[in-house]
Design a protein around this ligand. Sequence first.
Ligand code: FIX
Ligand code: ZN
Length: 412
Amino acid sequence: MQDLIEDVLAAVPFIDMHTHLFAPEFGALGLWGIDELLTYHYLEAELFRFSAIHPHTYQAMTKSEQADLIWQVLFRENTPVSEATRGVIAVLQALGLQSDTPDLSEIREYFRAQELEPHITRVFELAGIDKVVMTNDPLNDTEAALWREGPKRDPRFEAALRLDRILNDWPDHFENLSKQGFRVQRECGGWTAFEVRRFLDGWCERMNPLYMAVSLPDDFEYPGSEPRNKLLTEAVLPACHEHGIPLALMMGVRRQVNPMIQLAGDGSGRSDLRALEHLCREFPNNRFLVSVLSRENQHELCVYARKFSNLMPFGCWWFLNNPSIVEEVTRERIEMLGMSFIPQHSDARILEQVIYKWRNTRRTLAPLLTGSYRLLAEDGGHVKRATIEKDVRRLFRGNLESFTRPRVSAPS
Ligand code: FIX
Ligand code: ZN
């Protein structure tokens, strides 16, 4: 049975519903290659555990000096057994590159020889994916300018309209909207909600996003009188409803618990999911994609998903994307939700990471699905290849496609 399941998992191309990758037309915003792979913030966090280097000294180094140091410390002096270090080894193996090299010269030579678009095609094939969803920030000036140029977008890259600056840091960013002619106020009074709605409508026209998204701190509360709640209920949710797209809530992140290590400095906290309960109940015509960062929130998220069909749990996010936790979370989701959830996204920041992140997901899912189907067979159910294929397509394509706009390409 497991061989059959592994075969089906390998044969079905997945949609990667949350990444920080960019289509080739976004130029330098898209990260790829060995120096980016090695300076991934997950590896930076691990470097500071193994090396006495001060973060400020590291941050003053060039990108290639940083990569050389991480290669030396995490891959040469120590054993790359963590998920993030083993991932780099897996990428090199998949690309046919040696990983026992004392320095990076040969590996850098390989990446220098690659042309981006065929390289993307090869990496997607190795990862078993045919579409990714980007994270697009309309208040990132560089990215916004590229969108305004209106590049023809590579159809393998869907957009997601990211709202963190608007919803979480309004006082620091409202002037960016008022400079563009939107009548908005720091205290969210007057025409603010109406104008934020107009701003979102404009970006929906430009980006055609699959969904809107926001990450929320562990102390997020709803209902509440914060500017975030006013903008959420009076601008974001009405806009999502009108454009027929879900809102992705990524809950439980504690930003910059250690600012000294920059992007590597974010942490995790348990959320009060009653906020989610209120939102799903008060906005029954909105759909919510939800990922929670705390392991302690996972079971109650499954319970809420049984209460609200407008709630779609997705992914084992960030610090949860480790086989020991993916296994626990996915088992309880199958036991409580059947196949009505989205098991994983890669959260890849660097192109080639999709290779190891999706290899790990398939490797963890195979025995899990085998166990579920074995139980079904023992209890009298009938499991054929077609059953398994239908379920895998649903988990890694269909649930997203049916929960977002129908235009997401039909399963290939
Ligand atoms: O908010 C997010 O989209 C997070 O995934 C990122 O902020 C985080 O840095 C990340 O890439 C985790 O994997
Ligand atoms: Zn992310």
